[in-house]
Design a protein around this ligand. Sequence first.
Ligand SMILES: NC(=O)C1=CN([C@@H]2O[C@H](COP(=O)(O)OP(=O)(O)OC[C@H]3O[C@@H](n4cnc5c(N)ncnc54)[C@H](OP(=O)(O)O)[C@@H]3O)[C@@H](O)[C@H]2O)C=CC1
Ligand SMILES: O=C(O)C1=N[C@H](C(=O)O)C[C@H](O)C1
Length: 265
Amino acid sequence: MAINVVIAGPRGKMGSEAVKMVLNEEDFRLVACIDRKNDGKTLNSIISSVDATVPIYDDIETCLDQQKEVDVLVELSVPEAGYKHTKCAINHGIRPVVGTTGFTENQLAELDELAKKQNIGCIIAPNFAIGAVLMMKFAKMAASYFPDVDIIEKHHDNKLDAPSGTAIKTAELISENRTVKQQGHPEEKETLTGARGADVDGMKVHSIRLPGLVAHQEVIFGSAGQTLTIKHDSIDRASFMDGVKFCIERVLESKGLTYGLENIL
Ligand SMILES: NC(=O)C1=CN([C@@H]2O[C@H](COP(=O)(O)OP(=O)(O)OC[C@H]3O[C@@H](n4cnc5c(N)ncnc54)[C@H](OP(=O)(O)O)[C@@H]3O)[C@@H](O)[C@H]2O)C=CC1
Ligand SMILES: O=C(O)C1=N[C@H](C(=O)O)C[C@H](O)C1
């Protein structure tokens, strides 16, 4: 039986890629989209390359009240709306697959509790690209040996959140193996504020935003006489779609919040 999917953010860079993927998958059926600017229209009337008369709602409550056969919400918008959409989906017993980054720790905890209460799964993946997940895993491994590490993430200049969800997740994974230490000279001073980047238990995180970039990250470890760089580049948003597809299938079997693809791959 097909998995019925609603996509929030269908005109966005990720959302439009997800629309294509879901429409191309035999086992998925796109039943509606959430788009704050196109209530009452159909998808084919707002995206010329799409030939599906999928209804659009600006309000997720209305959508889920009217569409009775939704299995999964794919959320790809912005943090504030994304959180609202995810919470509403769980309250309706619909399983969210969330790519939107920028949720707070409290929001993640609340969504976990809510999903457990409803006895359903919710997957939030800061990065759906398999290469990025491997980069994070390798960085976690290396952190057992190299406590000095900088994370440099580079994204297109339309990105709202900094650091990226991937950089935050990478720092969390590294922290599981890294001995906490203050990096750099104990008496170092910034003569330009922010020059040393953000600080996570002494490790540094730097965010670069430039036109021309898509999504890139380097994790650089250093010790006496050597450095180790673990690097991943998404040069096309197609890189994320295998992960989105995988999560749509897996969220039906999971319970509570899964935060990060590395937990289910
Ligand atoms: N997990 C992963 O692997 C990846 C995650 N991301 C994340 O996915 C999210 C989307 O990224 P991307 O597609 O590049 O961003 P875009 O800016 O291209 O798309 C965001 C979409 O959300 C819509 N939107 C904006 N504000 C609201 C609102 N208040 N309510 C409802 N919809 C809104 C925008 O439409 P409009 O403003 O015109 O209404 C737009 O269509 C980001 O959080 C990003 O970090 C991105 C790539 C990979
Ligand atoms: O906004 C993006 O583009 C991306 N966002 C995610 C993040 O914040 O890590 C994933 C990927 O880096 C692309």
